[in-house]
Design a protein around this ligand. Structure first.
Ligand code: 5GP
Ligand code: ZN
Length: 135
């Protein structure tokens, strides 16, 4: 049994409700769905967050998310969907194997997105400069 629960799922050591698999990608229903059809898409290679993936692997992962999301929303009759990624414990990542949530959305499903704040003075301009410096 692997130390990583998602690696164990990929290997078939832990059962899951698989919806898709190819040589690089694995996808299955979340065991605690936020809404019906809540699906996880993961790379087969064990990497902690999306920042640890190569650009090629990330592109492949996102292409799979697009393909699977189209099927998920048709299957459950969703009106829209959220694509959500938790990176790091502080961001709510519990399973330390990079994964992308596809969360189908329905009218009146009660899910709420985050509340926005405000920048003060030149804060936004400074943050922009810092970001641009790191690009
Ligand atoms: P995170 O908070 O790390 O982004 O989300 C991890 C997700 O994995 C959670 O939504 C949780 O319900 C799901 N999960 C954790 N363990 C299992 C499992 O054994 N099987 C399945 N199908 N999903 C799991
Ligand atoms: Zn893993």
């Amino acid at each position: 049994m692997s130390d990583c629960i998602f690696c164990s799922i990929i290997k078939g050591e832990i059962p899951c409700t698989k919806v898709y698999e190819d040589d690089k990608i694995f996808s299955f229903l979340d065991i605690v769905p936020v809404n019906k059809g809540h699906t996880l898409v993961i790379p087969k290679e064990h990497k902690e967050t999306i920042l640890d993936l190569s650009e090629d692997s990330f592109r492949g992962l996102m292409a799979a998310v697009q393909k699977i999301a189209k099927a998920v929303i048709k299957a459950v009759g969703a009106k829209g969907f959220n694509v959500h990624i938790n990176n790091g414990e502080v961001a709510g990542q519990v399973v330390k194997h990079a994964h992308i949530h596809i969360i189908p959305r329905f009218d009146g499903d009660g899910l709420q997105l985050w509340k926005g704040g405000k920048y003060k003075g030149m804060e936004a301009e400074q943050i922009k400069k810092d970001i641009v410096n790191f690009l």
